[in-house]
Design a protein around this ligand. Structure first.
Ligand SMILES: [Zn+2]
Length: 354
């Protein structure tokens, strides 16, 4: 059962060190012998430094962590009632390959911020050069459909590593589909994307952003990733747990009838309120036009229109939730709206540049 769900051409390979035969995927760039742990670039040399983030959890502990999180997260969204019918399957551990890239980053950005001066708005120029030591993690898989991997990477900062030892893995060790030479540009790209997202939150306009990185250390590192499936009614849902921190990364919850009903009612209330505001609009405008000469009173119909449109859109969003089959929640029990999707922001960046 492959997590990444891809079937690839597989060839038999014989380990250079222990002579054991094992299969190698067609896309594998760095491979680890499942018997002795010998790790090398396919068609090349042994990898210099190979680390791992130690796994803290046994399968039973993973189940406990998932149960606790499910009860907490369900309480915040679909209701704790689901817990009576949840059946948790045996957790599945995989070691996923990453590169940890460390270095000194020199960044420069130029942007603008709107500021109110009395009753007019002025642009304030913001220009900054910074120097910082950064630690950036990138996944070493190309078919990175791993559930919650973005959230997983965010938990890696500052975690203690150990030298890789195959005897402590006790589960499949996935091979890398990205070579060491691709790690640095990917790390740089990742860092600049994160910076841009932060800057766009902080500034009203970002005119220029530049980054340069002197890489001081790069380590090939495997991290323990648990995928837990559970059944509820007749559906199957996933929860990802980090063996490195012992905590849930991301999980799915079934949308219950009660939850659906609440969203449904909320959207109906919003549509009705929106319709009432729109209905009131012509009357309010007529009354104001007849009785008042004050031009600021015209703000009333504008606000009515704005409020009506807002409620209508909000109603549509809630109605969209009604049609969903599951909700995805982060470790802290917040619903993930896919507001920040890495590939999405990458493609929007590409459009911006053109
Ligand atoms: Zn071997």
């Amino acid at each position: 059962m492959a997590i990444d769900g891809e079937t690839k051409d597989i060839e038999q390979y014989r380990c250079e060190k222990c002579n054991a035969p094992y299969p190698l995927g067609a896309d594998d760039v760095i491979a680890t012998c499942p018997y002795c742990g010998f790790t090398f670039t396919v068609g090349g040399d042994e990898i210099g430094r190979h680390l791992l983030l130690p796994n803290k959890l046994s399968p039973d502990e993973v189940v406990d962590v998932v149960k606790m999180w499910l009860s907490f997260a369900a309480g915040k969204s679909v209701g704790r009632g689901i817990m009576d019918q949840v059946e948790i399957e045996t957790p599945d551990l995989r070691w996923i390959p990453f590169f940890r890239v460390r270095g000194n980053c020199q960044t420069y950005h130029l942007g603008g911020k709107k500021e109110k001066r009395g009753n007019r708005t002025v642009w304030k120029k913001i220009e900054r050069s910074e120097n910082e030591e950064a630690e950036i993690w990138v996944i070493a898989r190309r078919h990175a459909a791993t559930f919650g991997v973005e959230e997983y990477i965010e938990t890696f900062q500052g975690l203690a590593t150990e030298d890789f030892d195959i005897s402590s893995t006790e589960a499949p060790v996935l091979n890398a589909e990205i070579g060491e030479e691709d790690a640095n540009p990917r790390a740089l790209y990742r860092k600049s994307e994160e910076d841009r997202v932060h800057l766009q939150e902080e500034l009203d306009r970002l005119f220029d952003y530049r980054i340069n990185m002197d890489v001081t250390d790069r380590s090939y590192t495997h991290a323990p990733y648990w995928l837990v499936r559970y059944n509820y009614m007749r559906g199957t849902f996933r929860v990802a747990v980090s063996g490195a921190t012992g905590e849930v990364i991301l999980g799915e919850l079934p949308v219950t009838k009660l939850y659906r009903m609440k969203r449904w009612l909320t959207s109906i209330v919003m549509f009705i309120a929106s319709a009432l505001l729109f209905q009131a609009l012509p009357y309010a405008t007529a009354i104001i036009l007849q009785s008042s000469t004050d031009s600021e009173a015209l703000l009333v119909p504008v606000l009515l229109f704005g409020g009506g449109a807002f409620l209508w859109v909000a109603g549509l969003i809630f109605l969209g939730h009604v049609l969903r089959y599951e909700v995805t929640l982060t470790a802290s029990g917040k619903e993930r709206e896919d507001a920040f999707d890495f590939t999405d922001s990458v493609s929007s960046l590409g459009r911006r540049r053109r």
